[in-house]
Design a protein around this ligand. Structure first.
Ligand code: ADP
Ligand code: MG
Length: 417
């Protein structure tokens, strides 16, 4: 194997614990070739957690496997701490990997499972014993070393899988949907444990793959949204939540309603008046929104209000099409008279107050949503674009005018049922 020698293309890579640099990956089977990643660039600094968030089939696991070394990219390079590792096999990358299905060796006891990577590295016996104890302690499983995997619950098996990944003291930890196989109660507990674990690994870069936005919000410093093999909107978690730069991200993260609006006026440097049919709302304004321009107001279900009065300058008349009680809130779906193609979802606190067919008014409180560009090209798997580059994303983020109360919205987890 040749000693890798190529240099990353950007100068600012020295501080990146992980750099996937413009990765393409095609799955090849015989003569058929399926594109799974296109121009994906991912950076993670030591001590930081990046969540790859996206729908099933968007390429998240493929990206993780390229980083782990299980798949060789069709184009692009992989760097760890600035060193090109593209040609190194998985075992020589020093990366800990945890997958959804635990993948424990069924015939090996817990401590032998955890010791596996250490024995493969031919570490001395006393070091192995010490590291296994340390790793099991990190996940609260010290008492379970002599059990077989089948004698453990799903949550316990996943903890052992995490301990096995930690035992090699990796500088990079990869977690592929580690909570997906657990039932909902276990998931909550494990999420809290992952938060603790992360706090105890201040120098480890973590790539956390999930399709669940609540997990991404709870764990990640940055989120990269995957869509059809592309990384569309990499950004700090907080920024992405408050100012989603694209319609796709706005609807995927927080389930925002996407309401077409026009910019009616830009009275000063920091505000915009947006119009939906006859109703008008005031929004903060970011750069370069001209009056008359189409835009999309991304507004999350919890931020809208239903009123019994149907008129008023900031009320849209509508009709209830469904109401589902979900415990703390009722999800009401309404058809707005002025927007025949759109169903708007609203979370009303408490039990059902409106019946299907009721006439209601929708009040969009000032500062309750985010303006996103109406005409930003939505990347897909067939039309390459620069959407994964950092520069494009920054511009997109700046182009989104945040309606100001978004800043005072509750913490992200409180927003997600
Ligand atoms: P995700 O983890 O986001 O659900 P994956 O990375 O597993 O998505 O898959 C991305 C795309 O690549 C999907 O269209 C999937 O069907 C395809 N794919 C995954 N693994 C293989 C494989 N071994 N051979 C061919 N296609 C694959
Ligand atoms: Mg996957």
């Amino acid at each position: 194997m040749n000693q890798p020698s190529s240099q990353p293309t950007s100068d600012s890579t020295t501080a990146d614990a992980v750099l996937l640099d413009r990765i393409d990956l095609d799955y090849r089977q015989g003569r058929t070739s399926t594109p799974a990643l296109r121009d994906v660039t991912i950076r993670i600094k030591a001590g930081q957690t990046l969540a790859l968030l996206g729908p099933s089939g968007s390429g998240k696991s493929t990206a993780l496997k390229v980083l782990a070394g299980f798949l060789q990219p069709t184009a692009g390079r992989v760097y760890l701490d600035g060193r090109d590792v593209t040609d190194l096999p998985p075992a020589r990358r020093g990366i800990g990997v945890v997958v959804q299905s635990y993948a424990l060796f069924p015939h090996l006891r817990v401590d032998d499972n955890v010791a596996f990577g250490l024995r493969a590295r031919r570490l001395p016996k006393d070091v192995i014993i010490e590291r296994v104890a340390e790793a099991l302690g990190q996940v609260g499983m010290s008492e379970y070393g002599r059990r077989l995997p089948r004698e453990l619950s799903g949550g316990q098996q996943q903890r052992v899988a995490i301990a096995r990944a930690l035992a090699i003291r990796p500088k990079v930890l990869l977690l592929d949907e580690p909570l997906a196989a657990l039932d909902i109660h276990l998931r909550q507990g494990m999420l809290a444990e992952l938060q603790r674990l992360r706090a105890n690994l201040p120098d480890t870069a973590i790539l956390f793959v999930t399709h669940d936005q609540a997990e991404a919000l709870a764990l990640a410093d940055q989120i990269g949204v995957m869509r059809a093999g592309r990384l569309v909107d990499p950004a700090d978690t907080d920024e992405l939540w408050h100012r989603p730069p694209s319609r796709f991200t706005a609807s995927f993260l927080g389930g925002a309603n996407l309401i077409p609006v026009t910019i009616a006026a830009t009275p000063d440097e920091s505000s915009a008046v947006v119009k939906v049919a006859e109703a008008k709302f005031v929004a903060d304004r970011a750069v370069d929104w001209s009056p008359g321009a189409p835009a999309v107001l991304a507004v999350r279900p919890h931020a809208l209000r239903l009123t019994s009065s149907l008129d008023g300058p900031d009320v849209l008349p509508a009709k209830v099409t469904s109401a589902q009680w979900r415990g703390p809130a009722t999800r009401v779906t309404i058809a707005v008279d002025a927007l025949p193609d759109l169903l708007v979802e609203i979370d009303e606190p408490g039990v059902i107050q409106h019946q299907v067919g009721d006439r209601v008014g929708v009040h969009i409180p000032p500062h309750s949503g985010v303006l996103v560009p109406a005409d930003r090209p939505e990347p897909d798997s067939t039309t390459p674009s620069g959407a994964s580059s950092g520069a494009g994303t920054q511009a997109g983020a700046r182009a989104g005018a945040a309606v100001s109360a978004v800043r005072t919205a509750p913490a992200p987890l409180e927003n997600t049922p």
